[in-house]
Ligand binder design. Structure first.
Ligand code: S3P
Length: 174
């Protein structure tokens, strides 16, 4: 399938980069969180508060299954926890070319602080929560990705450019 999928930790820039990349390549932009919110008619923190995390994870997996047949030629930005489930990792790779937007803990912290919209980061100590989740998820992101971009020292156009170059080279060489 012809999709480009962006994975990575909360605050890694998946949505911002995804929108810009979609524009550059004249592709549709799809955000899995946005689709879930639209379909459930509830915001993410409400879904977590009402039904719990595993219910949300089931919604994510169901959505990925549906996307196998209804989403093509799109840039897809997925929620930070999507690659944690083994089935999701397989579905993500079947959906298209997977890019891991990697960023340091410091970069992530500067972007997610004072943000009440991410239930996975609720709690007392934001830094240790981010550190714990990043460590836990690193191998899942790496295992799922076809390509990794280290974004810390780059602005959005630079990240978009690198992804485009990589995809165009891949197309040329098959
Ligand atoms: C989550 C990341 C969020 C959203 C939900 C859970 C996670 O998406 O799916 O709050 O577990 O990392 P973003 O990565 O777009 O913030």
């Amino acid at each position: 399938m012809n999709n480009i999928i962006l994975i990575g930790f909360m605050g890694a820039g998946k949505t911002t980069v995804g929108m810009s990349l979609a524009k550059e390549r004249h592709m549709q932009f799809v955000d899995t969180d946005e689709r879930i919110v639209k379909e459930q008619k509830q915001k993410i923190p409400e879904i977590f508060a009402t039904f719990g995390e595993s219910y949300f994870r089931d919604l994510e997996t169901n959505l990925l299954r549906h996307m196998q047949s209804d989403t093509n030629d799109s840039v897809i930005s997925v929620g930070g926890g999507m690659p944690v489930r083994e089935e999701n990792r397989k579905l993500l790779r079947e959906l298209g070319y997977v890019v891991f937007l990697s960023a340091s803990k410091e970069t992530i912290l500067s972007r997610v602080k004072n943000d009440g919209s991410r239930p996975m980061l609720n709690g007392e100590d934001l830094e240790s929560r981010v550190e714990y989740l990043m460590r836990e998820r690193k191998e899942f992101y790496e295992e799922t990705a076809h390509f990794i971009v280290q974004t810390d020292k780059m602005d959005i156009p630079q990240v978009v450019k690198i992804i485009c170059q990589k995809i165009d080279n891949k197309t040329k060489t098959g």
